[in-house]
Design a protein around this ligand. Structure first.
Ligand SMILES: C[S@@+](CC[C@H](N)C(=O)[O-])C[C@H]1O[C@@H](n2cnc3c(N)ncnc32)[C@H](O)[C@@H]1O
Length: 163
């Protein structure tokens, strides 16, 4: 491999790694404490978040009642396993919806969380994810670094607030 090709590979690896960087719960708590009042009766959509590993999903599901949320929706991109540095190699993604605690234990139990399979791979640009975006009031996530411009442009186009 030439030096140029090697550099290109290393740069791509750096971008991929940033794309898969998962946000810490402590950082989410530290930041979101300033925005609590904005979530009342709102539909929150985490559109780059595998709910099985996303701390955004964790934060909003565990604080659902405290924040007075209306609905929490999360879609994941391809991943089907718990590996933080997954290669996104499983094509079918999932969609998850939570409308709050039903049995009074203030914990989002698995049977209270509606999990469905998406038709496609969960790309935030896909038609089905855009449909979910349209139903949301606020989008909260840490999107893939390499697609940041496209991500923000889509939110502006759909007139959505991003945190
Ligand atoms: C920087 S990570 C952050 C993950 C999560 N939002 C968090 O904060 O912990 C970006 C995530 O976006 C996902 N992703 C990459 N391309 C995507 C796409 N086109 N549509 C939706 N999600 C994508 C990646 O799989 C990765 O999980």
């Amino acid at each position: 491999m030439t030096e140029k090709a090697q550099n290109k590979n290393l740069n791509q690896a750096k971008i991929n790694k940033k794309d898969e960087f998962y946000t810490q719960l402590s950082d989410i708590e530290r930041e979101l404490k300033y925005y609590k009042k904005h979530f009342k009766d709102k539909v929150v959509y985490c559109n780059c978040d595998d709910p099985r590993v996303s701390n955004f999903f964790h934060y909003f599901s565990y604080n659902f009642e405290k924040l007075g949320l209306k609905k929490l929706v999360a879609t994941c991109y391809k991943n089907q396993n718990m590996d933080l540095f997954s290669q996104n190699d499983a094509e079918q993604a999932i969609y998850l919806e939570y409308t709050g605690d039903k049995n009074g234990n203030n914990i989002p139990d698995p049977n209270e969380i509606g999990m469905k399979k998406l038709k496609g791979d969960g790309d935030f640009r896909s038609k089905e994810c855009i449909e979910l975006l349209k139903q949301a009031d606020i989008v909260v996530t840490n999107p893939p670094f390499s697609l940041f411009r496209e991500y923000v442009a889509q939110l502006i186009e759909n007139d959505k607030n991003l945190l």
